[in-house]
Design a protein around this ligand. Structure first.
Ligand code: UD1
Length: 417
């Protein structure tokens, strides 16, 4: 178990390259399983969640290799279909493998995902979508068995909510269905577009990704291909909210500015100075930020739920009062008690947080209990007076490739102990 020791008050200055997106790599790795031969993913961050996904692929018979940020997956002779329970537990999003594994081998066997730090993680939308394509899915003693006894059928699928993972599972599976599948009320997140780009290079025909109707014209086979993972918009948001909270001037490179528009809007309202073009942003903050009025999380292109904790970390030291409404997950405010231990003034009622900004936070030892909440605690410590630790950095390591190096390189006083 490790912790970050952080001394607050150091302004952030310099350039940083934003890592590849965790939420894109995971479905891309699942899709690699369906591609015959070798797939190469560039800009693949070193994260414990990515390692867990690679372990799953190896258990399924793939040969995986990493050189720097390039990962190669060879799924030439894969015929295994069981994902061991210990690996399912390591990565919450492992349900994303279900469609690809069942489509490639005719069967997938995996344990039911349990609840997670953000509340229950239901999978009914994934299951409904796969059933529409002919899957027979049974659940016995905590195990999920998914089979396509009559092959994968093209279908017209309506998702009751635009779930990111269910859209990805349905898209991946539909690429090898017989005929044309239409996914309606699909998620529109940029990671869906990245996945479609990969699938199309692999020989699929996916149209409309990034809109609420995705059409997939089934192909017989997918083949390994080469792809560069899109930049991580939540890591970019983390760095920008840190600059806003702490002060300084940072240039973020290797980003897609368009993906960050809801974040940029909150930072502009906070009084930060932002200059940007398509792939880089310079953020400057020299004074205490202003609090936002109301922000509520929504599916893309709304404000992303994953950036909420980082926004709240900035908001806790801002001038004025902000109202934040979490619409996507039930239990996302676990880190707020820890922020209040540093002297923040945040009240929560159900899914609403009311943040009355304070002039100073006092460093206090805190514990991460989830990925983005943990990152928010680290940002708050960077903005605080004094020295303290964030424990349980393994949560932060699930989504940030060398969090402490990223911030130390731009002037934060942060070390791993
Ligand atoms: C993905 C992201 C996660 C992000 C989330 C929302 C990955 C690896 N993770 O998670 O970081 O916070 O999108 O942007 O990409 N739901 C159901 N039934 C289902 C599926 C989902 O009720 O079958 C509910 C969930 O409980 C949640 C909401 O739908 O309340 C959104 O979930 P979803 O979009 O599926 O999130 P993930 O794909 O799991």
């Amino acid at each position: 178990m490790s912790a970050f020791k952080i001394t607050g008050g150091r302004k952030l200055h310099g350039d940083l390259n934003v890592q590849g997106a965790k939420n894109s790599v995971l479905p891309l790795l699942a899709a690699c399983f369906l591609c015959e031969g070798q797939s190469i993913l560039h800009n693949c961050p070193k994260l414990s969640d990515v390692n867990a996904a690679l372990d799953i692929l190896e258990c399924l018979g793939c040969r995986c290799k990493r050189e720097g940020t390039t990962v190669t997956v060879d799924s030439q002779n894969c015929d295994m279909f069981e994902v061991p329970e210990c690996l399912m537990r390591e990565m919450r999003s492992s349900i994303i493998f279900m469609g690809a594994v069942a489509a490639r081998t005719g069967k997938a066997l995996m344990s039911l995902p349990g609840g997670c730090e953000l509340g229950p993680r239901p999978i009914d939308i994934h299951i409904e979508a796969l059933k529409k394509m002919g899957a027979v899915i049974e659940c016995e003693s905590g195990k999920l068995i998914c089979e396509f006894p009559e092959g994968i059928k093209a279908a017209d699928i309506y998702l009751r909510f635009p779930s990111v993972g269910a859209t990805e599972n349905a898209m991946i599976t539909a690429t090898v269905a017989s005929g044309t599948t239409v996914i309606r009320n699909a998620a529109k997140e940029p990671e869906i577009i990245d996945l479609a780009g990969f699938l199309n290079k692999a020989g699929a025909c996916v149209l409309g990704a990034g809109t609420d109707t995705v059409t997939v014209i089934g192909a017989h086979k997918l083949y390994g291909c080469e792809h560069t993972v899109m930049p991580d918009r939540i890591v970019a948001a983390t760095c920008m909210y840190a600059v806003a909270a702490v002060g300084g001037r940072v240039r973020l490179k290797n980003i897609e500015t368009e993906h960050l528009l809801p974040i940029i809007s909150t930072l502009t309202d906070a009084g930060c100075n932002l200059e940007y073009d398509g792939h880089q942003i310079v953020i400057v903050s020299h004074s205490r930020p202003h609090n936002f009025d109301t922000v509520s999380t929504q599916p893309y292109p709304g404000f992303p739920t994953d950036a909420g904790p980082l926004l709240i970390a900035m908001s806790s030291v801002s001038k004025g009062t902000g109202v934040f409404i979490e619409n996507i997950f039930d239990r996302r405010f676990g880190y707020i008690d820890e922020l209040n231990r540093m002297g923040a003034n945040i009240k929560t009622v159900g899914r609403v947080a009311i943040i009355s900004g304070v002039r100073h936070l006092d460093a206090a030892n805190v514990c991460a209990a989830d990925l983005r909440g943990g990152a928010a605690l680290a940002v708050a410590l960077m903005a605080s007076h004094g020295t303290a630790t964030v424990k349980n950095t393994e949560y932060i390591d699930r989504g940030y490739d060398g969090f402490e190096h990223t911030f130390a390189n731009i002037g934060a006083d942060i070390t791993r102990i």
